[in-house]
Design a binder for this molecule. Structure first.
Ligand code: ADP
Ligand code: MG
Length: 681
């Protein structure tokens, strides 16, 4: 660890050190972890005759046929380079007066640049050059660094050399135990850093980067496991008998699907085991996850345990409270709603009841884990579409002296490996089979005005038949103000178009109360057509709604379109989804086509992945994980799995990273997670 400030390097003054500081680089150590963005292979010149295709090449030869001419105020320098093999390449410099004076006919130089082809010639325009054998004629695999403010990439290369001469990378101290290095089959830190900045062979770069990726993922996974409290939390998980599950299953107005049954069996196993449940329930919209949640909460209540059901929004919390509450109240199970917009008096009463154990099932937003909420006997926590759950929440619960069973429900098709990374050491149940009798939603794309009109006349037919519908306003990510105003415009158009019906508006700029009021009217069937922004996205369940129009549908991600579409087709009626396209680009058409053809969320997510690349969907941010510098969660799945196993073993042996041999790992975890993890370590 070299903590020498970068300012002590030659060539780094006040200004440049400020630029480096802005990028988080203050010490030698920091700079060493700034990696090259690419490399130039200048080990030995390529014979010109062997140049093939485009790309960058390093060549060397004698300058011939040098010509320099003025064309008005501009100038053009051209010459040929002939190498030992007799190959010839043309070099071109525009406005090359300066170069003209440096390059001499008949002398030998090396050139590095991009190859292009023009008029039958292989040529390089504006290559880098140096007299052959001179000091500037650098050889080797040269790292190329990105600029950091006023510190240019080329200077960074020389800074690395300075550091290396003061404190050779080859001698970097190892932070990881040798047994782990062996087990993970990674190279040493010294080899990695030297290989990355001063590679002798290309494989050293790959091995070096692999090591840094491993280090980062090991740190990530160790932190996650610590935060999840899976280790070191010596109290056992709450044991709940599943004896009463069947009573509730029998009361349901339908029979469970095969996958629902399977998930339920897995949950029963978890509840009955002495280690706390940590399970992800993954199932497409409408696959019946809520029923699974109800059955589990019923079983817990019958055994005298409290359950928490956490919804992503207040609207959804209220919706669940009403529907779950209705079935539970009839069975003598007491439910309570906890949301932030509640009178203090009501809230206080609920809090008292929770603490006294007079409420069995608490439904709400993340407020359910907030300050002042003290559970009497918490046995089960269920979260619905709350991906961020866990990074801090399990810790909060543990601090409240509880180690409940945790179930995370999601309709987002997260690949298994990713889910494990995000949720730590968890189990997964997948619900794939859909309830019987569900009609497939008919999806149609509307590309022009005519088709848009036809769409709205279909909407009119549905409303006339007594059904309800949604019109989704364009997604405007940069600004909810603009989003709201475009929703308003659409709302005005719809009130005019559908003057004989009740049209309502819902957007993110409305207050919680306003939103709730609109939703209640929609549930009650008083509103026929709801114009809404994506605030409607998750979980809304109105079986009488059979038609959805999504305006500017090309602005939405496919996964999001799928979520939105899942708001219709929830009852016995045939349902429709219309995607209005206002762009005729190839990708928009392709994406719309994927939606027309597929109804399986997993398939759609895969297609989305192909079109957009992994970064967008499975970014670390979205899951509340810290930012990663070297590793990529989807690209480095194998490393991820490996590091998870190793992290588990480290924590089994040393649950709080208290042993001296783990002190560096502990520091790294703290640095990666910051505040969140400080309480535990
Ligand atoms: P999810 O939460 O997975 O999106 P829900 O639990 O809201 O899905 O279920 C959607 C609808 O399907 C609800 O109206 C629910 O009552 C119903 N449902 C759930 N399971 C079944 C089943 N096995 N058979 C028939 N209908 C079901
Ligand atoms: Mg749901």
């Amino acid at each position: 660890m070299n903590d020498t400030p970068v300012e002590s390097l030659k060539g780094i003054g006040k200004q440049k050190s400020q630029d480096l500081a802005k990028a988080g680089i203050n010490t030698f150590q920091d700079l060493i972890y700034y990696l090259p963005k690419s490399y130039e292979d200048r080990r030995s010149p390529t014979p010109i005759a062997n140049i093939f295709g485009e790309g960058q090449y390093f060549v060397a030869g004698k300058v011939k046929n040098k010509r320099f001419k003025y064309m008005g105020r501009k100038s053009l320098l051209t010459f040929d380079v002939e190498d030992q093999g007799g190959g010839v390449l043309r070099v071109v410099f525009f406005n090359g007066i300066y170069v003209n004076n440096m390059i001499h006919q008949g002398d030998e130089y090396s050139f590095f640049g991009k190859i292009s082809y023009s008029g039958g010639w292989i040529q390089m325009v504006h290559p880098e050059f140096a007299p052959l054998g001179s000091h500037e004629d650098e050889r080797g695999i040269l790292p190329v660094y990105g600029d950091i403010g006023r510190v240019k990439g080329r200077q960074i290369r020389s800074l690395m050399r300075q550091i290396n001469s003061i404190d050779p990378l080859e001698a970097t101290e190892e932070w990881l135990e040798s047994s782990i290095i062996k087990r993970a089959n990674v190279c040493s830190t010294s080899y990695a850093l030297r290989g990355i900045h001063f590679p002798r062979e290309k494989k050293e770069i790959l091995e070096g980067k692999y090591r840094l990726i491993f280090d980062e993922l090991l740190t990530l996974e160790t932190g996650l496991l610590l935060i999840r409290g899976k280790y070191g939390n010596k109290e056992n998980g709450v044991i709940i008998s599943s004896e009463h599950m069947d009573e509730y299953v029998k009361r349901l107005p339908f029979t469970l699907t095969k996958d629902q049954k399977k998930a339920l069996n897995e949950i029963a196993g978890d509840l009955e085991s002495s280690s706390a449940m940590n399970r992800l329930i993954q199932g497409d919209v409408g696959s019946g996850k809520t029923a699974i949640a109800e059955i589990s909460m019923y079983a817990a209540a019958k055994e005298g345990y409290q359950s928490v059901f956490m919804a992503p929004t207040e609207i959804l919390a209220k919706q669940h409270y009403e529907s779950i509450g209705a079935s539970f109240q009839a069975l003598g199970i007491r439910c309570g709603l906890l949301i932030s917009k509640q009178s203090k008096k009501l809230r206080d009463r609920i809090l008292t009841d929770i603490a006294a154990g007079n409420i069995d099932v608490i439904i709400g937003t993340h407020a359910v884990l907030g300050e002042g909420v003290n559970y009497n006997k918490l046995g089960l926590v269920i979260t619905d579409e709350q991906h961020r759950f866990g990074v801090n929440q399990r810790q909060i619960l543990t601090e409240k002296g509880q180690n409940p069973n945790v179930m995370v429900m999601t309709a987002t098709p997260i690949p298994r490996t990713m889910a494990v990374a995000v949720y730590g050491d968890l189990d997964i149940s997948v619900i794939k089979s859909m309830p019987k009798g569900r009609k497939k939603i008919i999806t149609k794309v509307a590309k022009d005005k005519l088709e848009r009109n036809a769409t709205y006349s279909k909407v009119r037919d549905e409303l006339r038949a007594g059904r309800q519908g949604y019109v989704i306003a364009p997604l405007i990510e940069e600004s909810d103000a603009i989003e709201a105003s475009s929703a308003l415009e659409l709302y005005e158009e719809m009130t005019e178009k559908f003057s004989e019906f009740n049209v309502a508006l819902l957007h993110g700029r409305m207050t919680g109360d306003e939103k709730t009021e609109v939703m209640e009217e929609f549930y009650a069937g008083k509103v026929d057509l709801l114009v809404s922004t994506v605030v409607i996205e998750v979980g809304i369940n109105v079986p009488n709604a059979t038609v959805m129009v999504i305006e500017n549908s090309e602005r939405f991600g496919l996964a999001q379109l799928h979520q939105l579409r899942g708001r219709v087709g929830r009852g016995k009626f045939q349902s429709y989804c219309f995607l209005i396209l206002s762009s005729n680009s190839e990708t928009s058409n392709q994406r719309a086509e994927i939606m027309e053809k597929n109804s399986d969320g997993f398939v759609i997510a895969e297609e989305d992945l192909k079109l957009r690349g992994p970064g967008d969907i499975f970014g670390t941010r979205q899951h509340g994980l810290p930012n990663l510098r070297f590793a990529h969660l989807t690209k480095h799945v194998d490393v991820l799995q490996n590091s998870l196993k190793i992290a588990k073993d480290i924590l089994k042996d040393d649950p709080r990273l208290a042993k001296r041999k783990n002190r560096h790992l502990k520091d790294r975890v703290k640095r990666l997670y910051g505040e969140g993890v400080n309480l535990i370590l």
